[in-house]
Design a protein around this ligand. Structure first.
Ligand code: ZN
Ligand code: ZN
Ligand code: ZN
Length: 135
């Protein structure tokens, strides 16, 4: 992870390494609050943490995901191909879904568009109730 940081021009600090390790270990989007908790006593203050996450997101090392919860979520992406999430609207459980069938839709959207030459990517999350909450 230090190589990854160096490749993207970041100073390799213990804080940034711990942050990436925590995100990597979780393997799903984490809110800034949950990440702050996961880092324990080594956690920087939430504002600094959030700023580091935005820097890492701009560099493409982490991805910011909007899960409609009003709280920014971040996940470690270098080893993870494009994927989607399902969020439980009762308990906020998140499941990773390694399935994407949006290629046809992208083409249709590009065709419907008057201003865009092509579409490069998309952000699409799903919402429902997990099995525990559906009972
Ligand atoms: Zn994910
Ligand atoms: Zn649930
Ligand atoms: Zn997709």
């Amino acid at each position: 992870m230090s190589t990854l940081l160096r490749e993207h021009g970041f100073r390799v600090t213990k804080g940034k390494q711990a942050l990436l390790q925590a995100l990597h270990a979780h393997n799903a989007p984490l809110s800034v609050g949950a990440l702050h908790e996961a880092l324990g006593k080594h956690a920087p203050n939430p504002t600094t943490l959030y700023r580091s996450l935005l820097d890492l997101a701009n560099a493409g090392i982490v991805r910011r995901t909007d899960l409609n919860t009003g709280i920014a979520h971040f996940e470690y992406t270098p080893e993870r191909p494009h994927h989607h999430h399902i969020v439980c609207t009762s308990c906020n459980a998140i499941e990773e879904i390694d399935l994407c069938n949006v290629g046809t839709l992208e083409k249709k959207v590009a065709r419907a568009s008057k201003q865009f030459a092509h579409i490069d990517t998309h952000s699409l999350e799903f919402f429902g109730h997990c099995r525990a909450c559906a009972q």
